[in-house]
Design a protein around this ligand. Sequence first.
Ligand SMILES: Cc1cc2nc3c(=O)[nH]c(=O)nc-3n(C[C@H](O)[C@H](O)[C@H](O)COP(=O)(O)OP(=O)(O)OC[C@H]3O[C@@H](n4cnc5c(N)ncnc54)[C@H](O)[C@@H]3O)c2cc1C
Length: 460
Amino acid sequence: MADYDVDLFVIGAGSGGVRAARIAASYGVRVMIAEEYRVGGTCVIRGCVPKKLLVYASRFVGEFEDAAGYGWTVGQPEFDWPTLIANKNREVARLEAAYTTTLERFNVGLIKGRATLDDAHTVRLASGARVRAETILISTGAWPHMGPKIPGRDYAISSNEAFHLPELPKRILIHGGGYIAVEFACIFAGLGSEVTLVCRSVNILRGFDDDIREHLRNEMGSRGITVISDHTVARIDKTGDEYVTHLHDGMKVATDKVMFALGRQPNVTGLGLEATNIRIHEHGGIEVDAYSQTSVANIYAVGDVTNRVNLTPVAIREGHAFADTVYGGKPTPVDHANVPTAVFSEPEIGVVGLTETQASERLDKVDVYKTTFRPMKATLSGRNTRAFMKLLVDGITERVVGCHIVGPDAAELIQIVGIAVKMGATKRDFDATMAVHPTAAEELVTMREKALSYGRAAAE
Ligand SMILES: Cc1cc2nc3c(=O)[nH]c(=O)nc-3n(C[C@H](O)[C@H](O)[C@H](O)COP(=O)(O)OP(=O)(O)OC[C@H]3O[C@@H](n4cnc5c(N)ncnc54)[C@H](O)[C@@H]3O)c2cc1C
């Protein structure tokens, strides 16, 4: 039998890698993990967590506005960006330390520095040392994609730098239409920046339900965000402290900062993958099976580097399932269907299941239920905002196959609706559930009238 230094070597201490290392170690195997930047990975250091803290900060503006209608007199509120960033940095450091302590508690050997592959069983560390491992897990995550090399592209920041700006930009142009672009547009607008969002598609949030896209775009517009769709950036010029972004049709937008949020690319380059027979999928991620095993039997990959569903809870689940499969004697495939997800825009989005377009392509009959209403809190305050909810139902089986919400607490709501959809709840089950009054969520169990009903079966 070959002599290995460790049973498992994990490359990348982010959401997926840390979970896999900890669970594998709990099964009694010798584990080592390498991290080239900071323990915790994207989610903790420059993703979900710091972003949500910025989202909270940006939403106070609405609270201050609403307060007057409820009888409060609030003086002129003042916002200090450096205070927010310093407090956010402190919380991120606390979480990083907690992750590190967890690894230590489980006797996982932590190597600070980059790790690459020399061959299918050999990891080379930044020091030049080599570690022989029986099994290797690649959990190196993904990196911001900055788009084609247009003139002035280097002036643009990505979400990585957005978390560390020395001051709040008075005007910012964000290029991109995905959830990260939309969330940062709402964060900066809430904190007082003048925001222009430029996206290539006909509307923001490609891949989301069309009604949701339209609704959020209108809401963003009413909060002063300028959305320019169907446009790309051709060039960025810098004059003094000002950036002038030239769009493909000649339109120009002058701002103090330009941010690109054009999607993320799996971290597969420079890893030494060519020293193995690991296959890369056509979508750019490492190709794996349902157990996260790559085309090389002793090498596995989880999380964003596999470009399946790029979310923290998914990376964690994949890492856990890998450890259960390989070390726990419990072969565990990961089910990527009906993953609930949120966009922390203002207002928030929560979705689970099929969009209407997907439902109409896949089902013989689709029943659509929709409602839009003014959230109760906005009544006294007079705030100009509306919530939107949509249920998509398989017209044959009556199962709820999609739920789409825009409005306050949509992310919290969709977590619970996700359970019902995962369990295969029918519209009848929703209707049989007593409403909680007065809430926005009660609309989900009181939508009686179909907005639409169509499909192949309906036409017969
Ligand atoms: C701005 C932003 C907001 C987000 N918001 C959300 C959200 O609200 N909800 C949600 O679910 N998801 C969100 N995500 C996505 C989420 O952060 C990722 O899906 C998740 O972090 C993926 O985990 P991972 O383990 O695959 O990779 P990561 O967490 O990225 O970890 C990979 C780690 O590997 C390290 N690494 C890379 N190469 C090497 C190497 N060769 N050697 C050593 N170390 C290496 C990296 O430094 C990194 O720490 C967000 C992402 C971003 C960028």
